[in-house]
Design a binder for this molecule. Structure first.
Ligand code: ATP
Length: 248
């Protein structure tokens, strides 16, 4: 169960900032790899790109297709809300609700409204991910009572509970103690193999790229500079920069 793929086709422009201090994102790429890593230095535009794919940031123009479906297309006036895109999002700092238990945080992923899930909130999906992510012992604890790894697994469970068609991961290990990162990478890799869900990860850490960059795209100053030929091992799909900004 490790071969699930899905395509992302991104061709977007977005200007942020104020006059005189703007940042222009102009990103074009296609990938159908099982695991794609968008790699680049701080300030390159990685988070803006991932947020646009997720539906958390509206590009000024362009289009985003997921598995052939237009989730954003400025010309056609398509802009699906984040929830309708069926993509799980793992935030860099995990963004857990401090006043909710592990179980409630995970169940929150299932709810549309602003009310809080009951402490006993559950159901098959919540229980499945509690078990799969080894959170059984801590279901009634609050985020401040968890280890970094447990916090990350809780956030992952919340991202997965709606059965998304892909996972979007924003620097998933940067909030962890460096000594925990390698073990946690191995755990995430095993989980992804097990549940066969494609992922798009953004990171500035070469160790993430080495482990998850089945296809690598390099981002610098708001533009993709091309696939990493050394890491682009194409058995499970393909990734390529597209359009005029591609140099590789
Ligand atoms: N809302 C905003 N208003 C103004 N500028 C912004 C905004 N969001 C991002 N930027 C700027 O856009 C650029 C790209 O930001 P982004 O967060 O995408 O970078 P990043 O590659 O994810 O960096 P990091 O690895 O540090 O998170 C940065 O220069 C940032 O200051």
């Amino acid at each position: 169960m490790s071969g699930a793929t899905l395509s992302f086709e991104v061709d977007i422009r977005k200007r942020v900032g104020e006059p005189g201090r703007t940042f222009d994102l102009e990103v074009q790429f296609r990938t159908s790899a099982r695991r794609t890593v968008l790699f680049g230095p701080s300030g390159a535009g990685k988070s803006l790109t991932l947020q646009a794919v997720a539906g958390l940031l509206r590009p000024d123009s362009g289009s985003i297709r997921v598995d052939g479906q237009a989730v954003f297309d400025s010309a056609q006036r398509i802009d699906l809300p984040a929830r309708s895109r069926r993509l799980g999002y793992l935030f860099q700092d995990y963004a857990l609700f401090p006043h909710l238990t592990v179980r409630q945080n995970i169940a929150f992923g299932l709810y549309r409204g602003w009310w809080n899930p009951r402490p006993s909130a559950g159901g098959t999906a919540v229980d499945r991910w509690i078990t799969a992510l080894a959170l059984t012992r801590v279901v009634d604890q609050y985020p401040h009572q968890l280890s970094g790894g447990q916090r990350q697994r809780t956030a992952l469970a919340r991202a997965l509970v709606n059965e998304p068609r892909a996972l979007l991961l924003d620097e998933p290990f940067s909030a962890l103690d460096p000594s925990l990162r390698e073990q946690t990478r191995a755990e995430l890799q095993a989980l992804l193999d097990d549940i066969a869900i494609p992922m798009l990860m953004i990171t500035h850490d070469p160790a993430d790229l080495a482990r998850f960059g089945e296809q690598a795209l390099h981002l610098a100053e708001g533009r993709i500079s091309g696939p990493d030929a050394l890491l682009g091992m194409g058995d499970h799909g393909s990734a390529q920069a597209a359009g005029p900004s591609a140099t590789g």
